[in-house]
Design a protein around this ligand. Structure first.
Ligand code: SF4
Length: 416
């Protein structure tokens, strides 16, 4: 039963709602300060905002009625007033034979769009050489998660399982937009075009939903984030960086375990260079070609911002001690994987003068895309040419190819 005072508030709010004058924003996505402001507006002390932030981001509570640190009467009132956590929700799970999971995550908006997020136990090798794989945390024993295949979303589907208590090691690949406007010719996501950018809550929500599913303990488990899913983060800059701040300040993740990849959006890189190091992920440039001619063909964005402009912008980023810039390089059979291309890339990377490494990715096939996967010998020869030329080069393992979770393969699965 509600107290009379609460009932009075309620009737006022019901009228407001019925008049369509007021709709509530989701609580998930607001930081502690914004939550405090909302609580003050609601007549509560500001410290209730910190309690809410703890519940949403540290305890990963997804319903107001389950926030037991708030008095029951307040939970009832917030609920009756139309406040909702509205965290993005995993509605479908695809499991690969290699342990990778691809999720369809429903966004917060009324459009009910979905994006894709990927969990890769043990990562994909992309972390190698950047310091985030070398902190001495024990290796993961895979959490004992019941086998699922294509679990349909429903009110009764509980995407949160309690894992075991072994330290986990994994990488989460996060999306920043629904679809993408950049139109890289080798990428399946590009086929969608851009549908819309995600909010900060929708970006951070993918991470928190996956952390909850795998019962990740922040600070003990070794989880890296890569903003390399659907979309170009630097074409959604404000929301992307707001999500990073939430993940660092409220969720407690280290920005040194996060990497953002850009196709080379120069104004975005310049803004990124001005971010405080304690709130900035590491930077990866999606290079993918040895020169402007080939890059312009496979990445039309290169015609606007060619390689030199991108590298000049990257030079403005003040690197942390031992930090490297990563150049991502998708090897397309016969197009970008030749020995002379490797020589050119080694030369190009050396000429930047940046502490850098190259992550090689053998192209993952996608329907309707007319490239071919490079031969394993060509990939190894490419890597060797780079390392012989003094450039650290690593091969990213294809994770979850069988479920279309591998790099460049994300395309929105139609829910249901
Ligand atoms: S590779 Fe990245 S930037 Fe290029 S189209 Fe795909 S999602 Fe967009």
């Amino acid at each position: 039963m509600l107290t009379p005072a609460v009932s009075e508030d309620l009737s006022q709010l019901v009228q407001l709602d019925a008049g369509g004058q007021r709709s509530r924003e989701p609580l998930f996505g607001l930081d502690a300060e914004a939550l405090a402001a909302r609580m003050v507006e609601a007549g509560e002390p500001a410290w209730r905002g910190r309690q809410l932030a703890e519940a949403l981001y540290r305890q990963r509570v997804a319903e107001i009625r389950e926030i037991t640190t708030l008095p029951k009467v307040l939970r009832q009132r917030l609920d009756a007033e139309g406040w909702r956590v509205n965290r993005p929700e995993i509605v479908q799970v695809f499991q690969s034979a290699d342990g990778t999971e691809r999720y369809l995550v429903r966004c917060q908006g009324g459009d009910r769009l979905t994006v894709e997020t990927v969990w890769m136990p043990e990562g994909d090798g992309g972390e190698t050489g950047d310091g985030s794989d070398a902190d001495g945390v024990e290796t993961l024993r895979a959490p004992s998660i019941p086998l699922l295949s294509e679990v349909e979303g429903s009110a009764s589907f509980n995407a949160e399982w309690v894992g075991n208590h072994e330290p986990q090691k994994a990488t989460i690949c996060v999306s920043s937009q629904v679809g993408c406007a950049v139109n890289c010719q080798f990428c399946l996501t590009a086929k969608l075009g851009l549908q819309r950018s995600l909010t900060a809550g929708e970006i951070a929500g993918q991470v928190v939903a996956v952390l909850a599913r795998h019962a990740v303990e922040v600070g003990r488990d070794r989880v890296n984030l890569v903003f390399m899913g659907m979309g170009e983060p630097f074409l959604n800059y404000d929301n992307f960086m707001a999500a990073v701040r939430l993940l660092v300040r409220e969720v407690g993740l280290s920005p040194q375990r996060m990497t953002v990849s850009t196709s080379g959006i120069v104004p975005g890189i310049e803004r990124f260079a001005a971010e405080p190091p304690e709130l900035r992920p590491k930077l990866a440039i999606s290079l993918n070609a040895p020169n402007d001619t080939i890059r312009g063909e496979i990445m039309p964005i290169n015609r606007k911002w060619p390689i030199k402009a991108v590298v000049d912008a990257v030079r403005q980023v003040q690197l942390r001690p031992r930090e490297r810039i990563t150049f991502e390089y998708v090897l397309l059979g016969g197009v970008t994987d030749r020995p002379e291309h490797a020589q050119e890339v080694a030369h190009l990377v050396r000429r930047t003068g940046l502490p850098a490494k190259v992550n090689l990715i053998a192209w993952n096939p996608g329907p309707g895309i007319g490239y071919s996967t490079p031969q394993p010998e060509a990939v190894e020869a490419f890597r060797k040419t780079l390392t012989d030329g003094g450039i650290p080069a690593y091969l990213r393992k294809p994770r979850g190819r069988d479920i279309y979770a591998a790099c460049g393969q994300l395309k929105r699965t139609v829910e249901g």
